[in-house]
Design a protein. Structure first.
Length: 608
């Protein structure tokens, strides 16, 4: 949802800003732009399309300077045009602003500003900000920003520069992420940590309603009210390679292959030496677990699919009823919750606006909220009562892969933890399941190394217009996720459906041109899904199945089968999803799609 960067120091800011924007492109790639103080006014270069267009424009332009700001856009207000690209300026082209978020009251602000003689050049909500700052400016940029943001409603992370002071960036945040990288007499501003990792691992994470005055000589952080804030430096543990492609063609493929490591790292701090289950930041012990009335899981997209898997594990092992809701539905559903209910909210980015709104709704009703995220310091970590971290490392590809399997892994362990607290499984049963969970990284590795034919199958079906993905039980969330992956990166229409429901409608869609992907791993409903596959074949559809190594039955009914390692039924989701990620990936590649930056999408959805 837009990425912003800034640099102040003693180097040329332009290559540093471009490098930072490259790392943030996952947040949006409709247009990109830079602003650097120049000869008498702030110089701006901006281009429609992804960053390569801006890079070309910059190489034809002598723009440079020791300070600058930049932006990569995911369009919300106004189409992806050059005029709507950031940075945006005031009337005199002295003050320049980049913004991530949404100014909800921009229409009334804009009308008032026009009434007072300001001229606008874009359809964006952002453009009101430099004009408001212009009205408050009398030589002190920090004070002008501090006054101007009082008028803003909505969410913003902004970086502001002014021609009058080419050694000053003012930044402010409310409900949109912002970090500041600390170098040697230089500072880096960014929406997310990967943008600064090439330069520093020492970070200040700005919190809501905080702002900063940053020069090459130092930094001061205050609240919006001007109260000084003393911040600890956050030391990033990832190496810079974690945010690079490392020889892979795309981030998505690299991240698919990083899944064994992501699960291993995620599990590492959850199991103690004596098989103890550890959730350090979860305020939820035996007493609360025993009083638990129900669990509600809220999330969006792929994280929602992880939630569907978590439901099955929690219900089966901890014997607590679990509801799973899409955050954007939950927040307006007038949910029935009380202090004996637990809400688990899953968000890899920790910034999804609908999910955060759901968290606030749940807390208002007295429920305990536990967040699951991959991003330390993200907004969810401050809003939830307790946190569970996945340690998948930075996920740059827009389509979630390694964060999904890491989410599933922690939900499995948390289900086991609840079961232990509630005494619904014996110690032996818990130990056996824990042992199977810890085998998952190696099993994912095995599946990844036996994926040879997925590419051929993808090439064969890449021109089909529609796909149906069918699953039952633990296979249903896998089918939903397989269909979502295909849609989002290859733009092929795909529906995920409960296999038993197929005859109540979707079967009408089937003919020779609609391949069906069936999740048929070993389970108590295996025979049933084989029956559904027969129904599909009778309508002429080709069947691509995901099954367990050694399944002889499947070969008789499926046209192609991808095999996964045998594990207990509940855990099989984490394995069965792997071939479907690769199928979607190769299908998208065969169609020439940009898998890391699918159209209209962004990695972190900070708008409602
Ligand atoms: C799909 C995908 C999205 C996200 C969704 C929620 O590949 O990545 O569907 O899962 O936008 O994002 P988070 O988990 O950051 O809340």
């Amino acid at each position: 949802m837009c990425g912003i960067v800034g640099y102040v120091g003693n180097k040329n800011s332009v290559p540093i800003l471009l490098d930072g924007l490259k790392k943030l492109e996952y947040r949006g790639y409709d247009s990109a732009g830079l602003a650097v103080p120049g000869n008498g006014m702030v110089e701006i270069v901006k281009e429609v399309g992804n960053l390569s267009h801006l890079e070309d424009a910059v190489s034809n332009n002598r723009i440079n300077g020791n300070l600058g700001i930049g932006h990569t856009r995911w369009a919300t207000h106004g189409r992806p045009t050059q005029a709507n690209a950031h940075p945006h300026n005031d009337c005199k082209n002295k003050i320049s602003v980049v913004h991530n978020g949404i100014i909800e009251n921009f229409i009334e602000l804009k009308e008032a500003l026009i009434g007072r003689g300001h001229t606008f050049h874009s359809e964006t909500d952002t453009e009101v900000i430099p004009h408001l700052i212009e009205e408050c400016y009398d030589g002190d940029l920090f004070e002008a920003v501090q006054s101007a943001i009082k008028d803003l409603e909505g969410s913003f992370a902004i970086a502001v520069i002014c021609q009058d002071n080419p050694d000053l960036i003012v930044v402010a945040r409310k409900d949109s992420p912002l970090i500041i990288g600390i170098g040697d007499r230089e500072y880096f501003v960014a929406s997310d940590i990967p943008a600064v990792l090439n330069y520093t691992k020492d970070i200040f994470i700005l919190q809501d309603c905080e702002m900063a005055k940053i020069t090459s000589k130092g930094i001061s952080i205050t609240t919006f009210e001007g109260e000084e804030v003393n911040k600890d430096i956050f030391k990033v543990k990832w190496d810079d390679e974690a945010a690079e492609k490392g020889g892979y063609e795309d981030f998505m493929l690299k991240e698919i292959y990083e899944q064994p490591k992501a699960i291993r790292e995620t599990l590492r701090d959850k199991f103690g030496k004596d098989g103890e289950i550890i959730f350090e930041e979860v305020p939820f012990g035996k007493e609360k677990a025993c009083e638990l009335n129900k669990v509600v899981i809220i999330a969006c997209g792929t994280s929602y699919h992880a939630g569907l898997v978590g439901k099955q594990a929690i219900e089966q092992w901890a014997k607590v009823p679990v509801e799973v809701d899409i955050s954007s539905e939950f927040r307006y559903s007038n949910p029935i919750l009380n202090e004996n209910d637990l809400v688990i909210t899953i968000t890899q980015s920790g910034e999804t606006a609908d999910t955060l709104a759901g968290v606030r709704e749940a807390k208002n009703r007295g429920a305990t909220v536990i967040g699951v995220t991959n991003v330390l310091g993200s907004t969810i970590t401050r809003e939830a009562d307790g946190m569970i971290y996945t340690h998948a490392g930075p996920e740059i590809g827009v389509a979630a892969t390694k964060t999904l399997v890491s989410q599933m892994a922690v939900l499995y362990v948390f289900a086991l933890y609840l079961a232990k607290c509630r005494g619904t499984l014996s110690d032996e049963e818990i130990a056996a399941i824990a042992c199977d969970i810890q085998k998952l990284p190696d099993q994912v590795e095995e599946i990844l190394s036996a994926n040879g034919k997925i590419k051929d199958v993808a090439n064969k079906y890449a021109n089909c217009a529609d796909f149906l993905y069918l699953g039952r039980g633990i296979g249903l969330p896998v089918a939903l996720e397989g269909a979502l992956k295909l849609k989002e990166i290859s733009y092929i229409h795909a529906e995920g459906y409960a296999a038993g429901e197929m005859k109540h409608g979707p079967i009408a869609l089937l003919d020779e041109g609609v391949p069906v992907v069936a999740i048929a791993t070993k389970s108590k409903v295996h025979e049933k899904i084989l029956g559904n596959i027969q129904e599909v074949r009778a309508r002429g559809a080709d069947v691509i199945a995901v099954s367990t190594f050694g399944d002889k039955e499947i070969e008789k009914v499926a046209d192609h089968t991808f095999y996964v390692t045998e594990t207990m039924e509940t855990l099989s989701a984490i394995l069965a999803v792997i071939p479907l990620q690769l199928l979607a990936y190769y299908m998208a590649k065969a169609r020439g799609c940009n898998v890391d930056q699918p159209r209209n999408l962004a990695k972190s959805v900070t708008v409602e």
